[in-house]
Design a protein around this ligand. Structure first.
Ligand SMILES: *Cc1c(COP(=O)(O)O)cnc(C)c1O
Length: 402
């Protein structure tokens, strides 16, 4: 088979000349390469976009989730509720601190954990042991956070949003609040991996409302080191006998990690972030064009259900009835690739992974399994042209025979 046109991937980052210039200028400046002022600037920029009091930059979306588990004191013997349709990292964060994962099912038309599937997961957990829940804003659409937070409050469960797909969006029924700016959750986690809304190579962040939690997160991302001269545990190490402070003093009351994001990456992040609104607007435009072009293919091929809000569209997930088109997904994907269209399948439900089956046995989540059987992510990135959308939909029609 010949590829007549260059492959359109399902996602691709944009690195502009001004991003490159910002990084080069930083490297020439001699500014600190880590722990420097560029981190504070990036954190302030991100907090503003998310309408949050605090943003804490870290080395990835995965370490953002891990830090939140640590900062909330989630530990061995505790339980954390995680929807099973997500990237591995959401569930793994609970395991890093020794907690057990209680998987929640998802809506088969959106892949979102709902108040109902959340409650069902709570019923399968152990009362008093469920310390946190991590709803995932799949594809860029947000979960019903009003419903989820109300249930979480009633059960004394902390809510950590996995917002790795949803930066720059708003909530359904709460359109004035940007994702990451909810005051009544513990915090929201973001990723700046190159497939996400903007890229720093690897990178991540947490936004939160509580300055004390932010302080804890910053200490944990840097080995657990504190410069606590006022109320130290190691009292005799802080000062000389005449009261002159020991400038090298630090102490580690709790075990921490090195999960920092470097200044060079923060400079790139601040530069990329300036363009986020334009990129998201372009993503929304492309989604609108897809929606129109895909209409004649319904109900065999159709977009995931729209829940409202202003999604920061990350993935363009469509649901395909493969038995109806008489083709297995692998063949559909291979033939689309031959037409120059790269697609993704997000995600294999996490409860089916051998590691999790080894821990909890084979569980059944009908919503997740239905979604997984149908989902395909078609190309979506801001540098796509309108003609690219038309080309993708034409290829989908050709391959599916619709
Ligand atoms: C990308 C992603 C992560 C992990 O982010 P990294 O920066 O790759 O560590 C976690 N959860 C979801 C839903 C993601 O898409």
């Amino acid at each position: 088979m010949t590829v007549s046109q260059p492959l359109l991937p399902y996602s691709r980052p944009i690195v502009d000349e001004d991003d490159i210039a910002a990084v080069v200028a930083f490297l020439r400046s001699g500014a600190p390469m880590t722990d420097g002022p560029a981190v504070d600037v990036f954190e302030a920029d991100l907090a503003k976009v998310c309408g949050a009091n605090e943003a804490i930059a870290c080395s990835s979306g995965t370490t953002a989730l891990h830090l939140m588990m640590l900062a909330l004191g989630v530990k061995a013997g505790d339980q954390v509720i995680v929807p099973t349709v997500t990237f591995l990292a959401t569930a793994n964060a609970a395991r890093y601190v020794g907690a057990d994962v209680i998987f929640a099912d998802v809506d088969p038309t959106t892949a979102l954990m709902t108040p109902e599937t959340f409650e069902a997961a709570i019923r399968r957990g152990t009362p008093g042991k469920i310390k946190a829940a991590i709803p995932v804003h799949m594809n860029g659409q947000c979960c019903d956070m009003r419903g989820i937070v109300a249930i979480a409050k009633a059960h004394n469960i902390a809510v950590v949003e996995d917002a790795c797909h949803a930066l720059g969006g708003t909530y359904p029924g709460n359109e004035s609040v940007p994702v990451g700016g909810l005051p009544d959750v513990a915090g929201a986690c973001f990723s700046f991996h190159p497939v996400k809304a903007f890229a720093t190579g690897e990178g991540g962040a947490i936004t939160c409302a509580d300055p004390k939690l932010a302080e804890t997160l910053r200490i944990l991302r840097c080995h657990g080191m504190e410069k606590n001269y006022d109320d130290p545990v190691m009292k005799e190490f802080t000062h000389a006998s005449d009261g002159t402070p020991n400038p090298w003093f630090y102490e580690m009351p709790e075990l921490g990690w090195n999960f920092r994001l470097s200044d060079m990456q923060c400079v790139l992040g601040s530069s990329q972030l300036k363009k986020l609104p334009g990129w998201l607007a372009r993503r929304a435009e492309l989604m609108g064009r897809y929606e129109k072009a895909l209409k004649p293919l319904a109900p065999v091929i159709q977009p995931i259900r729209r829940v409202g809000g202003n999604p920061g569209w990350h993935l363009n997930a469509v649901l395909v009835d493969f038995p109806q088109i008489g083709m297995e997904r692998a063949h559909f994907v291979t033939r689309l690739k031959a037409e120059g269209v790269g697609v993704g399948v997000q995600y294999l439900p996490v409860h089916l992974q051998p590691y999790y089956q080894g821990l909890y046995g084979r569980q059944a989540f009908p919503g997740a399994e239905t979604y997984y059987a149908k989902c395909v992510s078609l190309p979506l990135f801001p540098a796509m042209a309108d003609a690219d959308v038309d080309r993708v939909v034409a290829a989908v029609r050709k391959v599916s025979g619709l």
